[in-house]
Ligand binder design. Structure first.
Ligand SMILES: *Cc1c(COP(=O)(O)O)cnc(C)c1O
Length: 366
């Protein structure tokens, strides 16, 4: 006797999607009478748009009845010029997170594996799960750095993609060039390695032996992908634009999975205008890294041992005191990004906001 399966009584969400972890966005501060508040919870750039960028966006907004250029021709031409790569090696999207979704869609299906360090960027487990693939999370070292040996060892015949986040969100540590090259030599040629360089502009010394350039690495390694964004150093977080530089084949696959007309006209215009203003941009990045040094020195003076901060943020390993610290900081007017039981990530913002953070940190100093 055979029994008919009972028909479902409501729409059935795919299990990996049903069980997705939630992305926790950094909270904005609540407005408070008589207290200046600072949002140091989302690694945003504290500066207003660069001169001329707002004007370029406004000009593009005047054509909002038209679709954007789906081929992103102006943006690809500007990036091609700046990076010295043909436009056929570029794929843009609505933020680098969107480009990562497209890339994973192009390479991963149910049963495949994606290897990355943990803790790292919280978008990774979500993006991987959406494809139905399995996350293989490799713990960071005790210094909160990528354990590249363990990551290489975690690659199996089911691995399709490896994600390397440098500087790592949220711990701030960077992967060094020599260790990365050794790692890349060990990765099978058919496994895609995405180098998430969201914070590369903040690495110091940039071009030193401890830094790498993903765009250079992908020139000679067809499985390496450099992923970059306009959200952090370029200050365009609200406009959503990021891109990858990859081999022609990989870039074409990523573009094929992209939503049509994803990157808006205003975002394309603002990104192009920002690329034209590199000098002013780099001045601001320099000011943020100088401020980062001031904050890190003050923390060390208070007795903290923090991982070497190479992004526009610092990581305070607070363990069980994480929630208490976030509450104390919020009362003082600063929103940080807590990771329950682990620590807080604090963006380098305006000096006055950083000072409020430092006085909260002093109360919790070890
Ligand atoms: C902020 C961030 C990004 C950029 O995300 P967008 O979608 O471009 O805003 C990518 N990777 C990491 C690790 C980040 O922290």
């Amino acid at each position: 006797m055979t029994t008919e399966p009972t028909p479902a009584t409501r729409p059935q969400v795919r299990p990996p999607v049903r069980d997705l972890p939630a992305y926790v966005p950094g909270k904005p501060p609540a407005a408070r009478v008589g207290l200046t508040t600072y949002k140091l919870s989302s690694n945003e750039n504290p500066y207003p748009p660069l001169p001329g960028v707002l004007e370029a966006a406004v000009e593009a907004a005047a054509r909002m009845n038209r679709y954007p250029d789906m081929a992103c021709a102006g943006l690809y031409a500007a990036l091609s010029d700046k990076l010295g790569v043909p436009t056929t090696r570029l794929a843009a999207g609505t933020g680098s997170v969107a480009v990562l979704y497209h890339l994973l869609q192009a390479f991963c299906a149910s049963g495949d594996e994606v290897v990355y360090a943990w803790r790292s960027f919280e978008a990774y487990p979500i993006a991987v799960a959406v494809t139905g693939a399995t996350s293989v999370q490799v713990p960071l070292t005790l210094e909160a750095r990528h354990d590249l040996d363990a990551m290489a060892a975690a690659i199996t015949d089911r691995t399709k993609v490896v994600l390397v986040c440098s500087p790592n969100n949220p711990t701030g540590t960077s992967v060094h060039r020599a260790e990365l090259e050794t790692f890349l030599d060990r990765v099978p040629a058919h496994v895609v390695v995405v180098l998430d360089e969201a914070y590369r502009e903040f690495v110091r010394p940039l071009g030193g032996p401890d830094s790498f350039d993903g765009v250079d690495l992908q020139r000679t390694r067809a499985n390496v992908v450099a992923m970059r964004t306009f959200a952090k150093a370029y200050g365009l977080a609200g406009f959503r634009v990021g891109y990858v530089v990859a081999s022609e084949e990989v870039a074409a696959a990523v573009r094929a999975c992209a939503l049509p007309f994803g990157v808006s006209s205003v975002a394309q215009a603002a990104a192009v205008a920002s690329l034209e203003r590199e000098a002013e941009l780099l001045e601001r990045v320099e000011a943020i890294t100088a401020e980062r040094t001031r904050v890190a020195d003050a923390l060390a003076h208070q007795g903290w041992t923090v991982p070497d901060p190479q992004g526009n943020f610092v990581w305070l390993p607070l363990g069980d005191r994480t929630g208490d610290f976030a509450t104390t900081a919020e009362r003082a007017g600063v929103m940080v990004r807590p990771f329950a039981g682990e620590g807080v990530r604090v963006t380098i913002g305006e000096p006055a906001g950083n000072d409020v953070f430092l006085s909260a940190a002093a109360q919790f100093a070890p």
